[in-house]
Design a protein around this ligand. Structure first.
Ligand SMILES: Cc1cc2nc3c(=O)[nH]c(=O)nc-3n(C[C@H](O)[C@H](O)[C@H](O)COP(=O)(O)OP(=O)(O)OC[C@H]3O[C@@H](n4cnc5c(N)ncnc54)[C@H](O)[C@@H]3O)c2cc1C
Length: 412
């Protein structure tokens, strides 16, 4: 009987196991993950769940009994330590080894930490998994002081959730603005202003130097380049994540800030696939060969690719990458990537004092949309995503005019 071993039981790994069964795979499936829980969704950890608006059961990808019902051998607390490609086995920290015919690496990424004086203080936290989130949640109470290092999506989402819980929040950002790596200045500056109106300061050009722990041990603050002092009860370091490539690298698989895979999630070893945040992947829908995406839709797409390749189904259609974020009453939805864009069109009013009908920023390459960033603008997101998928030319003047429906902005 063919055996698939999936290491990493997160969003990608858990989904790959389910897709394998959905696609009719009848062989053995072992799903081995380091965490003590069944696969769950991480997005709510900085959003609804952190605010107490969603329970634990809402986090689980599938009900606990799903795995037994589907004959998926889910192993919790199983930490993989080495891959032997010649023997086709994986070694685990408890001394066991597991053989495979197909191996799927779904080890995700680790939150980056800061190093130096004070950063190892227990009040300084990161947010990657449920245990991190539980520890953070107990600290976010009215009037507690939270310092967030990094104005990326996770940092801003935690800032918004913490503020909703009554905490005092400041966000320190090294670059010139919020979301400098992942969103346009229009969206980044809008969000900073939106946070400001709700009492959260996002401070750009603020390089952190270290954490100063007070001699009595009862307090601590973050010191910055400009000698500013930001006292905190809890500090969240949200400076991105690093793909967990150690095992793959040690096994000689090609890696470059991610395990290199093709558009069917194959590594250079025909028996080994890699999916989710651990990968560097092509995005054929945008003509890109080499991208690292950290998103649920990407993890799901690659889980489908690997499962389809293993069962011999045709490869699923290439998808346009997309991503979302929730902050306060804002839903931010992004599709595509602005790579190679040479112009942009803003549709709707960018006014942080009112959300109204929202707005969208379209990035164009020639007369084609390559990326849409939508803020409370679901129709623009859906329409933009479809136009990117179809590669259809658009009329920029119509696109800029919110009175023209999205379905009418295309040029035949
Ligand atoms: C706070 C937060 C908010 C997010 N919000 C969004 C969002 O709004 N939208 C969105 O699209 N994406 C969001 N993401 C990103 C999204 O959660 C990830 O893209 C997704 O989880 C990737 O799935 P994955 O399976 O590749 O990695 P993970 O879900 O991280 O799973 C990897 C698993 O592998 C395990 N593992 C690691 N090493 C080993 C080992 N040696 N042996 C065994 N197991 C191991 C890990 O413990 C983990 O359980 C968010 C992420 C975080 C942390």
């Amino acid at each position: 009987m063919t055996k698939v071993l999936i290491v990493g039981a997160g969003h990608a790994g858990g989904s790959a196991a389910a897709f394998l069964r959905q696609y009719g795979f009848e062989g053995e499936i072992v799903l081995a993950g380091a965490e003590p829980v069944a696969p769950y969704q991480r997005p709510p950890l900085s959003k609804a769940w952190l605010k107490g608006e969603a329970g634990e059961e809402a986090l689980l990808l599938r009900a606990d009994d799903f795995y037994a019902e589907q004959s998926i051998d889910l192993r919790r607390g199983a930490v993989a330590t080495a891959i032997d490609r010649a023997e086709k086995t994986v070694a685990f920290a408890d001394g066991t080894t597991e053989a495979y015919d197909h191996l799927i690496l779904a080890l995700g990424a680790e939150a980056r930490r800061l190093h130096g004086p004070g950063w190892d203080d227990p009040r300084v936290r990161v947010l990657r998994d449920m245990a991190d989130a539980e520890a953070l949640k107990t600290e976010l109470k009215p009037d507690r002081r939270l310092v967030v290092v990094g104005a990326g999506y996770v940092g801003l989402e935690v800032a918004a959730s913490a503020r909703s819980l009554g905490a005092q929040v400041v966000v320190l950002e090294r670059e010139s603005r919020a979301l400098s790596r992942v969103a346009s200045d229009v969206v980044g500056n809008f969000l900073s202003a939106y946070h400001h109106r709700r009492g959260v300061e996002v401070l750009p050009f603020t390089e952190v130097r270290g954490v100063h722990v007070y001699p009595d041990g009862k307090g601590a603050d973050v010191r910055t380049d400009g000698a500013a002092v930001h006292p905190f009860d809890v500090c969240l370091v949200g400076v991105g994540a690093r793909p967990a490539t150690e095992l793959a690298e040690a096994a000689g698989l090609a890696c470059r800030d991610g395990v290199i895979v093709d558009d069917q999630a194959r590594t250079g070893d025909p028996a080994i696939f890699a999916i989710g945040d651990i990968t560097r992947r092509p995005v054929p829908a945008l003509g890109l060969t080499d991208v690292r995406l950290e998103s649920v839709p990407s993890a799901l797409e690659q889980a489908k690719q690997a499962a389809a390749a293993i069962v011999g189904r045709p490869a699923p259609p290439a998808e346009v990458p997309w991503f979302w974020s929730d902050q306060y009453d804002l839903k931010i939805q992004i599709a595509g990537l602005p790579v190679g864009a040479d112009s942009r069109v803003v549709r709707g009013e960018v006014d942080p004092s009112k959300i109204g009908g929202g707005f969208a920023v379209f990035h164009l390459k020639g007369d084609r949309i390559v990326c849409v960033e939508a803020v409370n603008a679901g129709a623009e997101f859906m329409g933009g995503r479809m136009l990117i998928q179809k590669g259809q030319a658009v009329d920029a003047a119509k696109l800029a005019d919110p009175s023209v429906p999205m379905k009418a902005v295309g040029v035949a």
